[in-house]
Design a protein around this ligand. Structure first.
Ligand SMILES: [Zn+2]
Length: 500
């Protein structure tokens, strides 16, 4: 199939958003406070009592809708509400003001498939067994999708990249699955993808088709900020602005996609070697995705759905741009430093509620916690088997460890860099690199960029966190041969066609 011209990407606007409609479901834990659930119940009672077409009783009686959006490769610190200097996210900033955002949300994997598997199953990669792209979502395990289907939701998934497309297997879990790619990636033309505008249109069309008496769960995946950084609209909008030149470094172009210290081949734009240019282009992708998300938010409002929909926006992992010493440039996958581990999380609850605002700001949350937290907000219990927690009922303590597995499954990367086993604990980040066993330690109190490795001077912290990491990542209960990330296993998976 010939891909449509890139101009097609300009034709429509879309936004990815993960929204849940929170309806009349009551939560006893919120007794004594005015909650959306209370107001939803009130509204439901009024609707039932009122005669005539205004009643809309079925809609009022059902639980809220859920819109869940994963914007692939979206760094939290490049968003306005998170303090970024560029105006990359006016619509998400507004959503964050209306809802709650979490400044310490961490992914459990810096690889797309593994991270999404965690998001839906509430299991870390070392338990669900997906650590690399081209593996399938495990069948037969409890998931957010299956739970909501069981509660009568219409469910649909919309993928914008092959990595979470049909080969990933979510079409076996969602009732409706859409991975109709409308274009091809700029520098890897064999890879189908879909710009946000097209994905948003597909989501809108599906939502419009859901019977009004049925709650819906729509998962929308957007790929735009993922490299190569070629936004369909105004890609050079930040080039030459006040922030341009802040890095001031140039890097050689790599011979492939995985060469440390080099610009990956697939990321190369016009032969440019200046890091600032790539960062500006990355930011323009974020701004584009934000605008399309805004269109989806507008759609929900125009349809009268926004107050009955729980909207959750997050990302599967961030992106290393040009952080000194962080091995790869403009990449993720094997890299589990702060910039790939910390992801945005914005939640807008139905009916204007802000119950999540009660979660302390210094309390970390993992993507593994998202499914039980969302189910709780909708008034449902999490199934046995979910390892994450409902952070509204049981927030993490500020010092609870957040583990991230940096693996990609490509032999080239395993040989060169290895897997990074990483943990953020309070103000410390510890990483161990499988290729050489070398630990790294960073202290966010005076080094938020993780630029100064203090492992050599902090023996006690290194020992303690090293033990913590060993325990966590050796406790895998995943089916063989996915238990560990040794090169042998990578080779085995390669033979099976699971990994590149
Ligand atoms: Zn991804």
């Amino acid at each position: 199939m010939t891909p449509p011209p890139r101009a097609r990407r300009l034709a429509a606007a879309a936004t990815v958003a993960f929204a849940v409609l929170l309806g009349a479901a009551g939560c006893t834990r919120d007794a004594g406070t005015s909650t959306s659930a209370d107001r939803g119940a009130d509204a439901g009672a009024r609707a039932v009592a009122a005669p005539g077409p205004v009643a809309a009783a079925p809609a009022a009686a059902r639980p809220a809708n859920l819109l869940l959006v994963t914007v692939d490769t979206l760094r939290a610190d490049h968003l306005g509400f998170d303090g970024y200097a560029r105006d990359t996210s006016p619509r998400l900033d507004a959503l964050a003001r209306e809802g709650t955002w979490f400044r310490r949300c961490y992914t459990q994997s810096s690889t797309t498939g593994a991270s999404h598997a965690t998001l839906f199953s509430s299991l870390p990669p070392q338990r669900h067994g997906v650590f690399a792209n081209k593996q399938r979502f495990p069948s037969g395990i409890p998931s957010l999708i299956g739970e909501l289907r069981g509660h009568g939701y219409a469910t649909a998934g919309f993928a914008s990249s092959v990595v979470v497309g049909r080969k990933f297997g979510l079409q076996d879990v969602f009732e409706h699955f859409d991975d109709e790619f409308t274009t091809m990636e700029l520098n890897r033309v064999a890879r189908g993808e879909r710009p946000a505008a097209d994905t948003v249109l597909a989501v809108e069309k599906w939502i419009a088709s859901v019977p009004p008496d049925k709650p819906f769960f729509a998962w929308m995946h957007l790929i735009d900020p993922h490299g190569p950084y070629a936004a369909p609209e105004n890609p050079d909008r930040y080039v030459g602005d006040a922030l341009d030149g802040r890095i001031g470094a140039r890097f050689p172009i790599g011979t492939d996609d995985f060469q440390p210290g080099h610009i990956p081949r697939y990321q190369v734009l016009d032969g440019r070697t200046d890091a600032d240019y790539y960062v500006a282009r990355y930011d323009a992708e974020i701004r584009y995705a934000d605008g399309q998300l805004g269109r989806l938010f507008d759609f929900l409002r125009e349809r009268g759905l926004d107050r009955d929909t729980l909207v959750v926006i997050t990302s599967d992992h961030g992106e290393t741009l040009a952080e000194p010493g962080h091995r790869l440039l403009f990449s993720h996958g094997n890299i589990a430093y702060e910039e790939t581990s910390r992801v945005p999380l914005v939640v807008r609850e139905p009916q204007g509620a802000k119950r999540l605002a009660a979660v302390p700001q210094d309390s970390p949350v993992g993507l593994v916690d998202l499914a039980p937290t969302v189910l709780g907000l909708l008034g449902f219990e999490a199934p046995a088997g979910f390892e994450g927690r409902d952070v509204l009922r049981r927030p993490h303590a500020p010092g609870d460890p957040m583990f991230t597995w940096g693996a990609y499954g490509t032999k080239r990367l395993e040989d060169e860099i290895g897997t990074q086993f990483s943990v953020r604990e309070g103000e410390l980040r510890y990483l161990r690199n499988s290729a050489d066993g070398r630990p790294e330690l960073y202290d966010h109190r005076d080094d938020p960029a993780e630029a100064r490795d203090v492992a050599a001077a902090r023996e006690a912290d290194v020992g303690r966190l090293g033990e913590l990491v060993s325990k966590e990542f050796s406790s895998s209960s995943a089916p063989a041969p996915m238990k560990t990330m040794t090169p042998d296993h990578v080779e085995a998976l390669k033979a099976l066609g699971y990994v590149e």
